[in-house]
Design a protein around this ligand. Structure first.
Ligand code: FAD
Length: 259
């Protein structure tokens, strides 16, 4: 296995950094290759803007088109090209981050915004009256697996079906489906730690054991069965889920999961 870990925490002695370090040692000890993009340590530029395209930037700026043109011409900035190369090298991607305001830290969102460019992660494949590109199960990153390793300060009950924060699966849907499945990756069920602000050093050995177990079963874990766009589940061209395919009573994001 070749794993890319993208790590988003500013403190090297944090819980998140400990989980990242444990992932590196566990996977390497099991004979796998690992590369790490430690975004804070790299000083990752988190905003997509005209500076990414230099004098070639269009006026007014058209981020999607400019990013696709630069991707095609091989003129994306070296930091973005390096991350795209790592994604193509890897067969497994792990995003390690604390839940901040229900989602990923801005620096990691900025990594997605800048690295997942037009013609690389979207705008790929045939676009016509009958086909809306290669995405949601197809695309540049198809055949790769992705896993979120997330720490949340709040307790698990707050993220249950009737919990005040909403279900964790719903909060993570934009990342799982919109960021990872969209360019083709198979998305594994997330590794989520709750109540982490109340965690003590005594809790850590159990947490570490659970994380090691997930890491050592990455290649045999069944992905979340999101519905592929181009396999008959959706009406063309509206891309509405066909009537009757949803399990009884299923609504919301869960509609896009089979079974
Ligand atoms: P740390 O603070 O580094 O560690 C947490 C505890 O784990 C420590 O007290 C320590 O006892 C233990 N620990 C850490 N490292 C080790 C180690 N190596 N060995 C043993 N024990 C260790 N939470 C939510 O639920 N929802 C939100 O929407 C949300 N939004 C937030 C927004 C912001 C801007 C911030 C700053 C926090 C937010 N939080 C939220 C809380 C946040 O999710 C947690 O603070 C975070 O997940 C904890 O992870 P950490 O790596 O920062 O932990």
């Amino acid at each position: 296995m070749k794993t890319l870990i993208v790590h988003a925490h500013p403190e090297p002695e944090s819980l998140n950094s400990a989980l990242k370090d444990l992932a590196v040692s566990t996977l390497e000890n099991a004979g796998h290759q690992v590369r790490v993009s430690d975004l804070y340590a790299m000083g990752w530029k988190a905003v997509a803007d005209a500076a990414d395209y230099g004098p070639a930037a269009s006026h007014p700026l058209r981020l999607a088109q400019d990013s696709g043109r630069a991707f095609d011409a091989g003129t994306l900035t070296p930091d973005v090209r390096a991350e795209q190369e790592k994604l193509l090298w890897a067969d497994t991607l792990i995003l390690q981050f604390p839940l901040w305001w229900y989602t990923m830290p801005a620096i990691l969102k900025g990594w997605v915004d800048r690295v997942f460019t037009y013609h690389f992660a979207y705008g790929v494949g045939e676009h016509s009256d009958t086909r809306y590109g290669d995405r949601f199960g197809e695309g540049t990153l198809a055949g790769r697996r992705a896993l979120l390793s997330v720490t949340a300060g709040g307790p698990e009950s707050h993220y249950a079906a009737r919990g005040i924060n909403g279900p964790m699966d719903d909060l993570l849907f934009p990342i799982h489906h919109g960021v990872l499945y969209h360019p083709g990756m198979d998305v594994l069920p997330p590794f989520v730690l709750y109540s982490t602000d109340r965690m003590t050093a005594e809790d850590y050995p159990d947490v570490a054991k659970a994380w090691e177990q997930r890491l050592l079963t990455l290649d045999t874990t069944e992905p979340i069965p999101f519905r592929p766009q181009n396999a008959g589940d959706y009406e063309i061209p509206s891309l509405h889920l066909k009537e009757g395919l949803e399990p009884a009573g299923r609504t919301g994001f869960g509609l896009h999961v089979r079974g």
